[in-house]
Design a protein around this ligand. Structure first.
Ligand code: IPD
Ligand code: CA
Length: 254
């Protein structure tokens, strides 16, 4: 059995195998074949299932709790101190429709606390990762959030009602894979990623939560309070991920 601290090796092995096996379905309707429904109510498609099966194959002989988008909460009462949170494919719609923003998300928690996060942007082969307290990295190079400039905010923004926010920011982007968009905040490409519908699931954000924290981002709920990540596949929340506390005041009026 592998040492459970080798989480970067395990996560990378899974991510690379997923990449090798699913990219042939990129932009093709065969990948969209419906397989079932996830516990949070989304349709599970062939590409989600192939990816999740690969992850499970590598995790099956480890004594860990698993929270995965398609299968839900597994081994909940295993007694293990480890929980692995997976989104086999974040951005499945993009994948199937030939839009390039999607990835594999792998977050590891020890006693419910962040331990290691890997967000793998599959098409450009970009690997974002972070161990708790050791900084955030993109393909081995240290990354950090963008410096805040009130007049130059670029934000990805999901909402279902007009909150008068869009005219406070210079550029909006909405890319359809929230875990990946959080990784963009961690490397300073976006100032902020926000979902106020509320639609973010733990599986979408767990890996990038760890990476964003390590890169210097703040992560809050819609009131500006510390975001509480619940390690379960059924949670759906509102979230603000930003490079600076100033955004809470200047953009959201908090
Ligand atoms: C989706 C993406 C998308 C967000 C949706 C999620 P999925 O994840 O993260 O950005 O707006 O709410 O469901 O379903 O492709 O894993
Ligand atoms: Ca997914």
């Amino acid at each position: 059995m592998k040492f459970l601290e080798d989480w970067n090796e395990i996560g990378l092995k899974i991510g690379r195998e997923i990449r090798e096996n699913v990219l042939k379905y990129y932009g093709k309707k065969e990948g969209a074949k419906i397989i079932g429904q996830s516990p949070s109510g989304d349709t599970t498609r062939l590409i989600d299932k192939i990816s999740e099966d690969i992850a499970f194959k590598h995790l099956s002989d480890l004594n860990v709790n698993i929270v995965s988008e398609e299968c839900g909460d597994i081994n909940k009462n295993s007694g293990s101190s480890w929980t692995v949170v997976i989104d086999p494919i974040d951005g499945s719609f993009n994948f199937i429709h030939g839009l390039p923003c999607f990835g594999f998300c792998f977050g590891v928690f020890k006693n419910n606390k962040p331990y290691y996060g890997l967000t793998y942007e599959l098409l450009p082969n970009n690997i974002y990762e972070a161990f708790h307290n050791e900084g955030a990295y993109l393909n081995g190079e240290k990354i950090g959030v963008k410096e805040y400039d009130k007049n130059n905010i670029v934000m990805s923004y999901y909402t279902n009602k007009d909150m008068g926010i869009v005219n406070k920011i210079k550029r909006t982007r909405c890319m359809g894979a929230f875990g990946i968009e959080m990784a963009y905040v961690s490397k300073g490409s976006l100032d902020c990623a926000t979902d106020l519908r509320p639609h973010v699931r733990t599986t979408d954000i767990a890996s990038s939560y760890i990476i964003c924290k390590e890169s210097g981002a703040i992560i809050t709920d819609e009131y500006g309070n510390d975001f509480k990540l619940e390690l379960t596949a059924t949670s759906k929340k509102k979230i603000i991920v930003a490079n600076s506390e100033n955004i809470l005041k200047d953009v959201f009026g908090l």
